[in-house]
Design a protein around this ligand. Structure first.
Ligand code: NAG
Ligand code: NAG
Ligand code: NAG
Ligand code: NAG
Length: 257
């Protein structure tokens, strides 16, 4: 067939161009600017979960939050945090935390951290036991065992307690935070004693938490346009504009042909 004249090409692509421009304008007014990958605020993530005040307090008094946040910033492995609920702490035997030295408390808290990012699915292929952030301290083992039950259901076991990974407060590299309904007691600290199994109180249903991780769109990353090159006068802008229009026209024609 005969190649279409340039004029008909432009006419054909006009509706397409208008649609694209409209979509772009909408994206600019509705979507908030894509958040820069700044420092991650772990406290804020836990606060949003609404039932982690004990954990936040413990992490803060032991200066662990700062350590984890700077680790997040510098490591390329990411982190996984298991966050016991306030209920999990209150259902511990009285005095459990107070029986620990400060160093043991820190080890207990770091036992809830894996020095690597895991989404739920990746626990399926993990090789047990998994080293935690507490591993190596005091020469202890501080490993965790994971059992994938399918359907994104994962159990974690310390040898002393076993519980399910609940509700992901965040599951996006470099940080995953999973709610757990029991404090993960390391057998390195609690294994010697006979496991005093008090029946877990079924009062707090974790299922009523409709909190879901906000669907962030990492895809909205701005292409690294040459923001301010030396030719950013009116000429530079208009030539970018012409280029854009030409590009859109080409794009549209390729769609239309
Ligand atoms: C992190 O979030 C908490 C709670 O929202 C806030 O109090 C704190 O100032 C934040 N920290 C930083 C460094 O932004
Ligand atoms: C994060 O790391 C960069 C360099 O890797 C550093 O310049 C920046 O100060 C760090 N930010 C924080 C909050 O530690
Ligand atoms: C974890 O799994 C390893 C290997 O499967 C096993 O040897 C170990 O006893 C388990 N530990 C706990 C605490 O379940
Ligand atoms: C997973 O953990 C829960 C406790 O939260 C327990 O009731 C269940 O039996 C465990 N499942 C497996 C397969 O170990």
């Amino acid at each position: 067939m005969a190649p279409p004249s340039p004029l008909s090409l432009i006419l054909l692509s006009l509706p397409c161009l208008l649609l694209l421009l409209q979509a772009q304008a909408q994206a600019q007014t509705t979507g908030p600017a894509p958040a820069p990958p700044g420092p991650i605020n772990i406290t804020a993530i836990l606060e949003k979960g609404g039932q982690f005040t004990t954990l936040i307090r413990l992490l803060n008094t032991n200066q662990i939050i700062n350590q984890l946040e700077s680790q997040l910033n510098s490591s390329n492995q990411g982190l996984t945090i298991f966050a016991p609920t306030d209920n999990a702490f209150t259902s511990l035997k009285p005095g459990t935390l107070n029986s620990l030295t400060t160093q043991q408390q820190v080890a207990l808290l770091l036992y809830h951290v894996l020095p690597k990012y895991y989404n739920l699915a990746s626990f399926e292929s993990v090789s047990n036991p998994v080293r935690t952030q507490a591993g190596g301290m005091d020469g202890g083992e501080y490993g965790l065992n994971f059992t994938s039950l399918g359907n994104n259901q994962v159990n974690v076991s310390t040898g002393v307690v076993e519980t399910q990974l609940n509700n992901a407060l965040r599951q996006e590299f470099p940080l995953a935070v999973y709610q757990v309904d029991k404090v993960l007691l390391p057998s390195d600290l609690f294994g010697a004693k006979p496991p005093a199994k008090s029946s877990p109180s079924p009062s707090g249903s974790p299922a009523d938490d409709t909190n879901t991780t906000p669907a962030k769109k990492p895809g909205a990353k701005a292409p690294s346009a040459p923001s301010k090159d030396s030719s950013s006068g009116p000429y530079g802008k208009s030539s970018v504009g012409v280029g854009l229009v030409l590009g859109v026209v080409l794009l549209c024609t390729s769609f239309l042909s």
